[in-house]
Design a protein around this ligand. Structure first.
Ligand SMILES: NC(=O)c1ccc[n+]([C@@H]2O[C@H](COP(=O)([O-])OP(=O)(O)OC[C@H]3O[C@@H](n4cnc5c(N)ncnc54)[C@H](OP(=O)(O)O)[C@@H]3O)[C@@H](O)[C@H]2O)c1
Length: 203
């Protein structure tokens, strides 16, 4: 699969490196594709390449938006209309507004999936906890796009769980934030949630 990672930081760098290792064609879309940081990322992901945000957006069948929340509007403006592209939104906002609906509003032609945003980058880097893989919750209105995101999650050792649409994700995020408040003082950032289920429904 051709994957464009827009934003080459902790989240984007970790995901891109792992998908490239898995055999996907990865291009990082960066403000400065020749920066020391991007070149050093490419050394750790020799099969990946880097370009501008526009180049990556036209390269990828799947785009992963991994920039700071205040850069979402500017970055999507550079990316173009994204017609029929699958856009995985992992951005989070901390100002009470919805990162989910903002991206849907700004990229109306894209097939938007919300995924990976409930996991710290440390867990993306190593999702295995003993015999269990951490759960990656995903949501969205486009079932095929969600299935693609689920496959990409499995490829890097995560356990995808489809939570439904935007309303369900909002509820899940509130619970997740509450758990974070309770658990991170004891276990730091590197803990995972796993949803045990007897029958796989959807994901
Ligand atoms: N850190 C986590 O564990 C975590 C967990 C869940 C969700 N998230 C969300 O994921 C998104 C990315 O977080 P991150 O931790 O990966 O951030 P990060 O390490 O700071 O990386 C963000 C990347 O975005 C690009 N960027 C574009 N404009 C920027 C600007 N003005 N300032 C800084 N970087 C800019 C940069 O890549 P280029 O230089 O290549 O353009 C940068 O490397 C955020 O929306 C965050 O809320 C983070």
């Amino acid at each position: 699969m051709k994957i464009a990672i827009i934003g080459s930081g902790r989240m984007g760098g970790t995901l891109g490196r792992k998908w490239a290792e898995h055999g996907h064609a990865v291009m990082f879309g960066s403000r400065d594709p020749e920066s020391e940081r991007v070149l050093s990322l490419l050394k750790s992901a020799p099969r990946a390449k880097a370009g501008t945000v526009q180049e990556a957006a036209s390269f990828g069948d799947v785009l992963v938006l991994a920039v700071p929340p205040e850069e979402v509007e500017r970055t999507l403006g550079l990316a173009g209309d994204l017609k029929d592209k699958i856009l995985i939104n992992l951005t989070n906002r901390y100002d009470g507004l919805s990162a989910d609906s903002e991206v849907i509003r700004l990229a109306p032609k894209a097939r938007v999936v919300r995924a990976f945003h409930t996991l710290p980058w440390e867990v993306l880097a190593n999702p295995q906890f003993g015999a269990a893989e951490a759960t990656a919750f995903l949501s969205g209105e486009d079932s095929e796009a969600k299935e693609v995101a689920a496959c990409l999650a499995r490829d890097i050792g995560l356990d995808p769980v489809d939570i439904g649409g935007a309303a369900e994700m909002k509820e899940l995020e509130a619970v997740n934030a509450r758990l974070w408040g309770l658990l991170s003082p004891r276990y730091g950032r590197d803990y995972g949630l796993r949803i045990l289920r007897r029958h796989a429904e959807g994901n």
